[in-house]
Design a protein around this ligand. Structure first.
Ligand code: MG
Length: 370
């Protein structure tokens, strides 16, 4: 079997009204997605998405003509392209889609088949007042979710803690709350400093009093000792990070130092599916948790779901959802059907071959950047 071509569709969905995620320097007026298609000489097409794939044309000849099933070789080749190029992990997702289709099985089965579904948490994006955040929390609980992640802006700590407190008081102890401080990376153009360790220690102590399930990215990754210190000072709070770690070496160091309770490497942004599985299994062997970041689009979400369900990640899986601003219809605009949780708040692994991606080709045509 041979790869005959790899094509990219660059899509841009117009957002009206604009959506302002907590990590965006400006409200976003459009939502971009790049669709990767791996074509083969046997008529099997694999689909992936997630990262932008900027500059991939330079590296395409490394893959065309190769056997798509030689996945370890392709992972290594993507890692070498990473040196001068970008992170081409959506290509790996498309290759796993091919492999699943060739075997006639869901990709999660090839990754260990530990679970058929995972409980999802509603991962919010916007900064909202405590009243608005409670209203959204009630809405997502009614939709079946048993947990929600709330963002806190590093410059608006009091308001963010107030929103967490309001949700805790209104929804009670049975509803889990994660908090994301988003300190470990910056969107392009955001040159502000992260909060320092002293300030973050205070914030995490306040969140510990509210019995949050985890605190995510409380510090920049460079401060590994700070992560360990926060964990030691707050034994009842899980410390989570890793979504944007860009190398296996960085994550191995965090694992060796036992710096985190929850590892979150995104399989289409951070280190790919094959590497994430290895690192996730190391985390699980240490009795730590693996529950990946999945905030890209429905295809990236499914790639993360297959790996997480395959290795036995959890107990919660990120489901980007913050109505009315961010919905499955926005996130999955390129899919025939948006990915949704079932009535129990669980995300079920698609049982078809591959990743279970079905594109809406009319939407792809409509939103393709001409
Ligand atoms: Mg995060």
């Amino acid at each position: 079997m041979k790869i005959t071509d790899i094509t990219l569709d660059r899509l841009r969905l117009e957002l009206d009204p604009p959506f302002r995620a907590a990590w965006d320097p400006e409200p976003r007026r459009h939502f971009d997605a790049t669709i990767v298609r791996v074509q083969t000489d046997e008529g099997v097409t694999g689909i992936g998405s997630g990262d932008r794939m900027d500059g991939f044309e330079t590296y395409k000849p490394l893959f065309v003509g190769e056997d798509p099933l030689d996945i370890t070789r392709h992972v290594r080749a993507i890692e070498t392209a990473n040196f001068h190029g970008a992170h081409y992990w959506p290509l790996e997702a498309a290759l796993w889609d091919v492999i699943g289709k060739v075997h006639g099985r869901p990709v999660a089965e090839l990754f260990g088949n530990a679970a058929k579904k995972l409980p999802a948490y509603a991962s919010s994006g916007e900064l909202k007042s405590p009243e608005e955040r409670v209203a959204t929390a009630l809405e997502v609980r009614d939709a079946g979710f048993r947990a929600m992640k709330i963002r806190i802006d590093r410059n608006r700590i009091d308001e963010g803690v107030a929103a967490v407190r309001a949700v805790r008081e209104e929804l009670g102890e049975g509803f889990e709350i994660m908090v994301d401080l988003n300190q470990s990376w910056r969107m392009a153009g955001d040159t502000a400093h992260a909060s320092d360790l002293a300030g973050t220690r205070k914030t995490v102590a306040r969140l510990a009093e509210l019995d949050v399930f985890w605190v995510e990215e409380p510090l920049p990754y460079a401060d590994l000792d700070g992560f360990k210190r926060l964990g030691a000072e707050n034994p009842g709070v899980r410390i989570a990070a890793g979504e944007m770690h860009r190398s296996t070496a960085e994550l191995l160091r965090f694992l060796e130092e036992d710096a985190l309770d929850v590892y979150q490497m995104d399989v289409v942004l951070a280190v790919g599916m094959h590497r994430a599985r290895t690192l996730a299994e190391l985390a699980l062997l240490k009795h730590r948790q693996f529950t990946p970041h999945s905030w890209t689009n429905g295809i990236g979400l499914l790639a993360n779901l297959h790996v997480s369900a395959g290795v036995g990640g959890g107990p919660f899986f990120e489901f980007p959802y913050d109505p009315p601003g961010w919905t499955p219809e926005h996130r999955d605009f390129m899919l025939a059907e948006p990915v949704r949780v079932n009535g129990d708040g669980d995300l079920e692994v698609p049982d078809g071959p591959g990743l279970g991606v079905e594109l809406d080709e009319d939407a792809v045509d409509r939103w393709r950047i001409k």
